[in-house]
Design a protein around this ligand. Sequence first.
Ligand SMILES: Nc1ncnc2c1ncn2[C@@H]1O[C@H](COP(=O)(O)OP(=O)(O)OP(=O)(O)O)[C@@H](O)[C@H]1O
Ligand SMILES: [Mg+2]
Length: 151
Amino acid sequence: MRELTVSTAEEMRALGERLAALLRAGDLMVLTGELGAGKTTLVQGIAAGLGATGPVLSPTFVISRIYRDGRVPLVHVDAYRLGSRVEVDDLDLDADLDESVTVVEWGDGLVDALADDRLVVEIHRSAEDEDEERRVSVSPVGRRWDDVDLG
Ligand SMILES: Nc1ncnc2c1ncn2[C@@H]1O[C@H](COP(=O)(O)OP(=O)(O)OP(=O)(O)O)[C@@H](O)[C@H]1O
Ligand SMILES: [Mg+2]
């Protein structure tokens, strides 16, 4: 699943569920892609895959939300309004990132300090507005992913 075409929002959630199966406590995922690309939709799938039951809403106005009822807590951060590099303290998270899966929208270049290892997911929207198709690339950074089969 390094490079794939995702045709619908439902497929994007299914991809999130597949990725969730690979995730464990302490993992960081960084999601990039323009407004409406499907980042939050992917997180909905990740949450479902982890077994969290609450509806996943865009955390834009609250910076972060934590879903605790899955097999591992999910910390969902939206860094859109954070103009500069994010430090753990800035997020003021009521969660231990070592014990959680952390997924950051708009975190590219901002969250590198959170973890040496991370999974970067880039979502590209095709030119035609009506088209639901997205191109997705999944790029592992760091040794954590050496033995993980990303397909
Ligand atoms: N293939 C697709 N993958 C993901 N979402 C899709 C797809 N096709 C259509 N959509 C729709 O596009 C929208 C994506 O919105 P979403 O909130 O997930 O984007 P986002 O990247 O989180 O945006 P923002 O930058 O505002 O946070 C949803 O309404 C979703 O149903
Ligand atoms: Mg979003």
